[in-house]
Write a protein that binds this ligand. Structure first.
Ligand SMILES: Cc1cc2nc3c(=O)[nH]c(=O)nc-3n(C[C@H](O)[C@H](O)[C@H](O)COP(=O)(O)OP(=O)(O)OC[C@H]3O[C@@H](n4cnc5c(N)ncnc54)[C@H](O)[C@@H]3O)c2cc1C
Length: 569
């Protein structure tokens, strides 16, 4: 029974196949660029409302349910199943080593998923509801927590999640959890909470991570919203199709230019249609720039290189330095923790332990039913001006880099919401988008806050029998600050939680419409302010909200929501 639904959906995908000539010569009510979590949700909601909806994805197949040659995308031990490496949570870390076709190549200067599902097809699947205070403090009117409630409820109703991934009900890899609990709960008085049930409490809390998995397999929007969308007659997904730019006449988008069978091809909107850029926080600002919307200096270079539409003159440019501004990623530090009771666990792509393989294959149980993070915790620092900095720790199953003994695990420390550092999306000499150099620690307060957090929690490590291996337990706060801000294998690495590069109120309006345009939207991590938690839940909730706002502009509503409810603040 486990796979019945998958088999049906593969059939559905094949059933909806249209030739390139067919789909690219039709007119669409909505063209969504990018099948990451946000793009999938918006496309699904728009199709459900009856709009003729085209979802274009530059990457190719990912989960087994997306079809294609499954054997090319999995280790031998999964032969005979409907699974690829994407579906098995325990193969998550193997994608870092060799992500092949799943990883973005030549389109963005950062690590990420360019495939059906975007980074949700390659991420750990941690699924944390942001506290209400994130919406209330960092989002504009119309996007406060009270405005987000219905969107979040729709997300919960559509996307299952769990903190117990193994289908036999047993928690595996718990030695790291037990040591961390002793350290933080017993030693430092952190509360042991059910993370999403108590989402608003992010001060001194600890618990089991929540994952967006189902049935011991990777879940996420490809397995939920996308499958619903594929049931709609007027929905079409086309993968392996990169969009180069949006075509427009003045402030009206008329369609997109996509690479179809190796040629730049115009795909048209209906006269009342809309383009939604959902390419992620690095690629969506890049797409806008290629569409003549952005910093004039960048547009001048793009035009000189022949990258802008020939239909655009400089009089048509929409000059906005808000495109790509405010780019955020969590500054992170890996801390290797060793302890006598800790038992590290290493996942294997080709050769899992026979017993663990059997557990997974027989009952979707055991260590391979999780990406491996065993525990998570947060706290906050409140400043004299009442501004708040969020801080997070996530504990993985094994050591890293120079510290990989059998009793070492890795703690990943992030700064989260309320940080003051931000960079911007910049194009390189080949006009590929990436991050500027000032994303992390460009404001000194952030390093002070994060080093204070590490210093404070370090004080209770000895009592829990844990020893930090790459930073001395007795380090001063100042020494920790120097460590975390100096590049090494453990510090300043990109976490790839990119967000906030097209903020609501500056780059897009509260209907997610690009400022200066009438029918071009951005809906993805770009419009989400830095959150207290890992971004995917917030990105998906924002996409639910954006669907409501976009449909509201068209006099339509999300199924089950009356249109008066979303006419607008
Ligand atoms: C390794 C890794 C681990 C992570 N772990 C977690 C986690 O456990 N929990 C969590 O909350 N978050 C995690 N994240 C972050 C999370 O995955 C992202 O925040 C989320 O996927 C962003 O969604 P998005 O819709 O904005 O864009 P993306 O996921 O980036 O998807 C964008 C999609 O659009 C496509 N695209 C872009 N431009 C174009 C174009 N011009 N034409 C056609 N297609 C285009 C891309 O190919 C891509 O598939 C992780 C990220 C990474 C990289």
């Amino acid at each position: 029974m486990l796979f019945l639904n998958h088999a049906l959906v593969v059939a559905g995908l094949i059933g909806r196949a249209l030739s390139a000539v067919e789909w690219s010569s039709e007119q669409w009510d909505a063209i969504i660029v990018g099948a990451g979590p946000a793009g999938i949700i918006v496309a699904s909601r728009l199709a459900e409302a009856g709009l003729k909806t085209l979802l274009l994805e530059g990457g190719g197949v990912s989960y087994g349910v997306t079809g294609g040659d499954l054997n090319a995308r999995r280790p031998n031990w999964l032969d005979g199943t409907n699974l690829t490496r994407v579906d098995v949570p325990g193969l998550y870390s193997s994608i870092f080593g060799d992500g092949r076709h799943l990883i973005c190549q030549g389109v963005v200067n950062a690590y990420g998923g360019c495939t059906i599902g975007g980074s949700s097809a390659i991420n750990a699947g941690l699924f944390f509801e942001p506290p209400a205070s994130d919406w209330d403090l960092y989002f504009p009117e119309g996007w406060k927590s009270k405005d987000m409630d219905a969107a979040i409820q729709r997300l919960y109703a559509s996307q299952p999640s769990t903190n117990l991934t193994s289908q036999n009900g047993v928690r595996y890899l718990q030695s790291g959890y037990d040591a961390a609990r002793k350290w933080l709960v017993d030693g430092l008085g952190y509360k042991d909470v059910d993370i999403n049930a108590q989402a608003d409490d992010k001060t001194k809390v600890f618990g089991h991570p929540i994952y967006d998995y189902s049935n011991g397999q990777r879940g996420g929007p490809v397995t939920t919203y996308l499958q619903t969308a594929l049931q709609h007659e007027k929905f079409h997904l086309e993968s392996s199709t990169q969009v180069l730019r949006v075509e427009r006449e003045g402030n009206l988008a008329t369609g997109v230019i996509a690479m179809v069978n190796g040629s730049e091809t115009f795909v048209a909107l209906t006269p009342t249609g809309r383009v939604i850029a959902s390419g992620g926080a690095l690629q969506s600002p890049g797409l806008l720039m290629h569409s003549g919307i952005g910093d004039p200096a960048t547009l001048t270079s793009l035009q000189a290189a022949g990258k802008l539409s020939r239909n655009l003159t400089s009089n048509d440019w929409i000059n906005s330095t808000s495109i790509g501004a405010g780019l955020f990623d969590n500054p992170n530090t890996f801390i290797e923790l060793q302890g006598p009771t800790v038992e590290a666990y290493s996942y294997s792509y080709d050769n899992p332990l026979a017993s663990d393989k059997a557990l997974y294959m027989d009952s979707r149980s055991g260590p391979y039913a999780t990406a491996g993070q065993t525990s998570v915790f947060w706290t906050t620092i409140t400043h004299d001006d009442n501004s708040i900095t969020g801080l997070q720790g996530t504990i993985g199953p094994a050591g890293y880099a120079d510290f990989t003994t059998n009793n070492t695990i890795t703690l990943n420390i992030y700064g989260t919401s309320g940080l003051l550092s931000a960079g911007r999306v910049v194009l390189d000499n080949n006009f590929i988008p990436g991050a500027s150099g000032d994303v992390y620690y460009s404001n000194a307060r952030d390093a002070h806050d994060i080093s204070t957090f590490i210093y404070d929690i370090f004080q209770a490590l000895p009592a829990a029998g844990l020893t930090p291996m790459n930073i001395p337990q007795t380090a001063t706060r100042e020494q920790i600050e120097t460590y975390i801000t100096t590049w090494s294998s453990y510090a300043r690495g990109e976490v790839n939680h990119w967000s906030s590069s097209c903020r609501i109120g500056a780059c897009v309006d509260t209907d997610t419409r690009v400022v200066g345009m009438s029918n071009l939207h951005v809906v993805d991590a770009s419009i989400v302010a830095p959150l207290t938690v890992n971004p995917q839940f917030g990105v998906m909730a924002a996409a639910e909200k954006a669907s409501e706002r976009i449909l509201g502009l068209m006099g339509l509503s999300v199924a089950g929501v009356s249109s008066s409810a979303e006419v607008n603040v």
